[in-house]
Design a protein. Sequence first.
Lengths: 328, 280
Amino acid sequence: MSVHFITANRLLQLLHLLRQRGELHAPLRGADDVVRFAPLAAGILPDLDALRTLLPPKKYLLPPRETILTYRDDTNYQEPQVTTIPLILFGLHPCDLAGIGYLDRIFLGEDPDPVYASRRAALTLIGTSCSPDQFCSCHLQPSSLSASHDLFLQKTDDGFAVSSGSPGGDELLGTLAELIEERELAADDTRRYFGNQRKLPPQSELDPSLPDWQELAEHCLGCGACSICCPTCYCFDVLEFGGLDGRSAERLRHWDNCLFKSHAQVAGGASFQKDRAQRFRYRYRHKYRGFGQLKGIPSCVGCGRCREVCPAGLDLRPLAERLERGAS
Amino acid sequence: MNASHPTAATITGVRSLSADTTLFTLTCNDRAAAGKVASFLPGQFLELSLPGIGEIPVSYCGLPSAEGMIELCIRHVGHVTSPLHRAAPGEAVGVRGPFGHGFPLDSYENQDLLLIAGGLGMAPLRSLLLALLKQRRRWGELTLLYGAREMGALLFLDELRQLALRGDITVQLAVDHRTHCLEGPPNCRVALLPALLDQLTIRAERTCAALCGPPVVYPYLVTGLKRIGLSDERIHLSLERHMKCGLGRCGHCAVGTLLCCCDGPVFSHARLRGVEGALA
């Protein structure tokens, strides 16, 4: 199989060329030993061996807190001017690409979200391949998520086989011609995992009397870390703050968390998810069965972050494997 | 203008209905936007913004209007609805909608209709009732059962008295407990709402029920309706959740894997059967 190929010793040159097109961000290990997507300075190599960043790249599309509307009494509600500079994310693993693909379905479907759309349009996505560790489940689970990318770099022993996944990627590939050589690769050397591309058949409702729920709920600390680090958790709360002048206001959306008691509360203090086991089932349904129009489409991309960060070592996967077995 | 962007409206009418509940009339400032946000099906909802305070989902309470007039019945209990208590005509608000699915009017053709409202549930059912009365000849017999805590909490009593004079609709009222200082309207019993079902004579095979009330009452009403012969498909109910975006994105209104904002808020009971947490 003939492929476009960039040898490993040209990686810095590649990053230099990418930097001409916008701000370049990639996984970097900080002094605190945390791997995060961060701006990549010239001459620095990204940490392509780290399997997962603490926060997924959703932070670029859905910042933890952002203004979605501004109000002035003379102009009424207006969308904020989001200044987006071209941003190139380098070193995204297939699970994170699939996560962005899922967020696109939520926010760019019918009635696209204008703030999300402008942030998304400024992104160039460059994926790299990886090999799953004990926390990953991308290679195990049925998923109908497809990864969206502009370029994908598949690691081999001495470099990267490069492929394009979008018209933007084709164009970008053209500008990298000086770095690219043609090479023959064994066709089965894929080393990339996107999960199986399947939609689940309708399932019966979850059985609240399963002892697993109570067991999970008893051990869960309710910290919500699993949701914060999930590439496809997008639940948000909407807040509005009036200006001190009494004539202006700002409407914000910020990350919400289905494991928090406040998530399903309504005026007067009543809640539809009173106990933690209920909230666990809520999370399970969202991750493995999908809500509304995306019903039947699991949103877990198998990145393993929730399993790695949970302070109580909780893991929904074994339960999912048991409950969804009939469907896979 | 996208669906998350409120259009400007002005409060043009304020009518107190009870100690804690007000009927507001809003008028859209922009006629073009009015055509969209004031055209709805009974049971659908809109998102009402009070600038500087926040946004809440509210059911439409009146009839669709080409002039952009919107009636909303609001109980002052939350962080947005409480400041609304002081709102006066002329105050600026924002509206966007309509959202969700309303009551299935087309499937009601030639059917007897049983409307059951509990407390503030009268708000969306008033919208349905007005729509039904506007085309009275399309439907069979009309019955309204309406219950509230006490006499003073019964909403729209003046309108209900007028209705009773029409002769083409049966209205039965109930209060949980009697208050000595208020004279009860005709047809008002001291009883819980589900108890009214027992004295009904209905033709179950051609009756559809439309319900809106506090979550606690639904299991009893559904059980009562099934006891008098209604099938799950003929029972429609409106669920209360906090729909924060209305667009199926914020994740706050899921009922099982259904989203109240997009799949509901009006569901047939057949669709909710076995769904955890759908009925209290």
